[in-house]
Design a protein. Structure first.
Lengths: 346, 346
DNA sequence: GCCTCTAATGTTATCGGTAACATTAGAGTA
DNA sequence: TACTCTAATGTTACCGATAACATTAGAGGC
């Protein structure tokens, strides 16, 4: 059907191996021959069959990025960073969107294994991703986790300082005089939710405030989840004074619910959250956030992956990136900036 | 190295074809045999080699989505829509990010052809993408264009009503009394820029206003581009009263530049743009926009693609989706909503 | 002139599956 | 009983490249 290497070889009057050598830029081809072959390739619009190539050579030059939600700006910034590094190192990166659905995640991972990608970057859906990841490891395909760790799966990881970041956000709220602080948490089988909850509790404890379970609502870390959780919070007998949202999209839901209830931010309810939303922040610098260097997550993770692929790395490495507190209006304070700290490699 | 179909066959005491039949869910296998084989597959963690499979069967079950910028929320919403439809039809969708770079676009397209994807959804970088697209067509791989058409390439297309939308936005500005209206346009080899510019000119003409070339600035349709173009506009001897930005990200740049210049929106400069940014709009409903049904772009386009793949479609089809004017603050008027019109298939 | 060596190119087997055809065994039939 | 038919399974060739080894021809040494 399609043009094959044989067609090219025939028309150029050489063997398929010679064409193959031209394709792979081996220098063992006379320049006249090479030119002739290249001309025929152009004439026929020949594109080598990657399947056959990969099957034979065991190399595809493709890396896969697997994320739970492509519409989350944090992940897309990360993806851009990773894609760029991949590109400049001669790899293509393909992206898979799992919609936080374990079945899809499994299917995509198996598919990527089947397609023989040379490495995987993944933001796992939850600790339950471990089963899939074990399969990947069993196939000896290098993996690097981003943003979320997976319990019982010790491997290369680039994550944020979730505990510390959460703590600082809550401390900030405390410093503004808030005592009754709610947390909008994600599912506890996601490491970031766990760690941020820990940070929240530590900050409260250090301030001598008793932890009240009814103030912590577990929900999905998207806009809808934030919206519903906030409605729940607003119905409590004694309303919280402030909310710490586990991430940016959930915070959007908070804003929505608060407005719908006819209340005002930050007067009726102060709000802080993890992760910034760039575009929104420029249009109106409103949310007080713990901003993470998303693009660096991607570039660093891809570096780790390349190290793994080339066999340079040995033990699992963990990179922890600090976040930056950006104080805006939603917390009810005026603007201050803390410098971004450097990455810590352990 | 890895577990192959032969290993499975041997261990299960059957031939490779029987294993293959189990994998492909053919019913020509006795249920005992099937169970035995499935058990061995699970034991060995066998994942069939997609390369070999695709090579032999000429089918991969993979579709590719190629977009210029994964961090543009319009594109990611579109991607989600498309991915969902693909998934529910038994296809996997992989995403390629070209960064509006023709070379990357070319490389990814060739790669996707090489990987023998069964169909392509693409938001082309510009009219110059035609060369790559011709290559795709030559390989008889079904393609559907989204959002942008390509001059000289007549194929399935899902796009917005760019001319009409632009016109309505500018008419809205005119109705608010603005006469000196600037346009922040993208490169004219991108169809959306061309059509929106046309709409802008039509609206002015109909209002009896002379077109002033100095008021139209061509730039990149991202934040940086919008920022730089606005700085240029603000330095004109006679400042414009309003700006129509070709897209949402460029509008973010406008906001940035205006604020930096110590001016205020919409008092010193009114602003309207194409395409909404969901999250930003919830946090603060500020930009007056022509909102496009991004997700529908994706789902419809993928439907068209599936039709093509199954050979149902014949002539190129064009779907045009209307946009919705959402009046907020940046134009300097109070809020009004127009209903979304239904898609038109031609 | 003969031999060695190397650069350029060719031949063959193989990667891991599936398509297409072949075989086998038992059921149904006359 | 012999014969056909079909369900279950096996054999072989091939998809389109490349790895590994083979061949060839001319350059250069003696």
């Amino acid at each position: 059907m399609a043009v094959t290497i044989r067609d090219v070889a025939e028309r150029a009057g050489v063997s398929t191996m010679t064409v193959s050598r031209v394709l792979n830029e081996s220098d063992r081809v006379q320049s006249e021959t090479r030119q002739k072959v290249e001309q025929v390739i152009a004439e026929l619009g020949y594109v080598p069959n990657g399947l056959a190539r990969g099957l034979s050579s065991q190399k595809t030059g493709v890396l896969a990025l697997v994320v739970p939600d492509v519409s989350n700006p944090f992940f897309t910034k990360m993806v851009r960073g990773a894609e760029n590094v991949a590109w400049h190192n001669g790899y293509r990166a393909i992206l898979c969107n799992t919609e936080s659905d374990l079945n899809r995640e499994k299917a995509y991972l198996e598919d990527m294994l089947a397609q023989r990608v040379e490495g995987l970057l993944i933001v796992p859906t939850s600790d339950q991703s471990r089963r899939h990841l074990n399969l990947v490891q069993q196939h000896k395909v290098p993996v690097v986790l981003i943003d979320r760790s997976v319990e019982g799966f010790n491997y290369d990881l680039v994550e944020g300082d979730n505990l510390g970041g959460a703590r600082r956000l809550v401390e900030h709220l405390l410093s503004l005089g808030h005592r009754r602080i709610a947390m909008l948490s994600g599912p506890l089988d996601i490491s970031t939710s766990r760690d941020r909850l820990k940070g929240y509790r530590q900050a409260l404890e250090d301030a001598g405030i008793v932890y009240e379970p009814e103030l912590v609502i577990q929900t999905n870390v998207d806009q809808r989840g934030g919206y519903e959780a906030t409605r729940q919070l607003l119905q409590l007998p004694v309303r919280p004074q402030a909310v710490f949202s586990v991430n940016n999209l959930a915070a959007v839901g908070v804003v929505e619910a608060v407005r719908e209830a006819g209340l005002t931010l930050p007067d009726d309810l102060a709000l802080v959250c993890f992760e910034d939303i760039d575009y929104a922040s420029v249009i109106c610098p409103f949310l007080t956030v713990m901003a993470q260097p998303a693009e660096s997550f991607g570039t660093l993770a891809l570096q780790l992956l390349l190290d793994r692929i080339s066999g340079r790395a040995v033990d699992p490495r963990h990179v922890s990136l600090s976040a930056e507190l950006i104080v805006r209006e939603s917390c009810g304070a005026k603007q201050v900036r803390q410098p971004l700290e450097l990455p810590v490699v352990s």
